[in-house]
Design a protein around this ligand. Structure first.
Ligand code: AVJ
Length: 321
């Protein structure tokens, strides 16, 4: 049962000091790094929604196609009376496909770091599904997040679309999946979207679009620091670069300093050489057997895998047991 206490709004779990410390730690590494969760303030979430519509960004529409084409099979494999938990829900667009197809969904728990995106999706979903309890949780889903309404025997179906798992390096992805498996309980399922390895031009175009939306999205991380972390970066003095790291099997988003410069963050000063890079995001691209291994390492069984004809993207249904 869903207790009323569970409906209370959770504030973001990050406290400002830890967040600042995380930023400064990243910037003291070589190469400098920033946590990709910082992309998603209101503007960043809106820019990401625009990225999803771009011709070059094949991920979103391909995943949607896979879900649409196989939705009956997916719904039957997940089974009835599930509590749907979505990690990094954003605008919850793909969720509606599942909500429409799954039999007697008990509740929907979207988890997202962006409060405005959560609130907007809650409003839309409550109107479209008046009888569905929607219990938003605001926070970083990779940090230990308690899910107050779930017990070990809850029939959870986790949903982790968009290849967001790709942001985690493989060992961290295994740790994250272990945690999700613990959330999901003994009869849990996880439906997870994973981007696949493909030719370099296709990958690079997806992360460096002609219109420059991805560049704005990447640079927005510095605006977030300026606005929310008392920083002073000269945003125009950095440029966006997408790099394919074939050894590691990942696209990397970088910001390159156009000149020798300094930035202030709180009371700290960070120096940049001309041409110096900040790594803002890793987006891992898997081969199917490689992702299967990763699932097994985290204790999941792989029930089913769906893909598109061009093998651009994949959707995996995992079982806790
Ligand atoms: C939201 C993490 C799935 O890796 O493709 C899009 C983020 N970064 N363009 C991705 C992103 C640059 C996206 N994920």
């Amino acid at each position: 049962m869903i207790g009323a206490r569970a409906l209370k709004w959770r504030e973001p779990t990050d406290n400002p000091d830890t967040a600042l410390q995380e930023v400064l730690n990243g910037l003291s590494q070589t190469p400098k790094r920033l946590p990709c969760k910082l992309f998603y303030d209101t503007r960043g979430s809106a820019l990401f929604e625009r990225i999803c519509e771009l011709d070059e960004y094949y991920l979103t529409r391909t995943e949607l196609d896979i879900l649409k084409t196989n939705i009956d099979e997916i719904a039957t494999s997940i089974g009835p009376e599930r509590i749907l938990v979505e990690y990094g829900s954003g605008a919850s667009i793909k969720t509606r496909l599942l909500l429409d197809a799954l039999e007697s969904v008990a509740a929907y728990i979207p988890i997202d770091i962006c409060q405005s995106a959560l609130l907007a999706s809650k409003l839309v979903l409550c109107e479209a599904y008046p009888h569905l309890p929607v219990i938003p949780l605001c926070g970083d889903y990779t940090s230990p997040l308690e899910l107050p309404v779930l017990t070990a025997t809850s029939r959870v179906a986790g949903f982790f679309p968009g290849s967001t798992i790709g942001n985690l390096d493989p060992p961290a992805a295994v740790e994250f999946l272990k945690k999700v498996r613990a959330h999901c309980g003994s009869v849990g399922k996880l439906l997870i979207g994973v981007d696949l390895r493909k030719d370099e031009p296709t990958l690079l175009a997806a992360y460096d679009d002609a219109e420059g939306v991805t560049a704005q999205f990447n640079l927005n991380i510095l605006r977030v620091l300026n606005r929310e972390h008392n920083a002073c970066f000269q945003v125009e003095e950095f440029t966006h670069r997408a790099i394919w790291n074939s050894g590691a099997g990942r696209i990397e988003m970088h910001l390159v300093s156009k000149c020798r410069q300094i930035a202030r963050i709180g009371s700290a000063i960070v120096r940049f050489d001309a041409g110096e890079h900040i790594v803002t995001e890793h987006c891992h691209k898997y081969r199917l057997p490689q992702f299967r291994d990763l699932c097994h390492k985290s204790g999941f069984t792989v029930d089913r895998v769906w893909s598109d004809q061009k093998r651009l993207f994949s959707v995996h249904l995992l079982s806790s047991a």
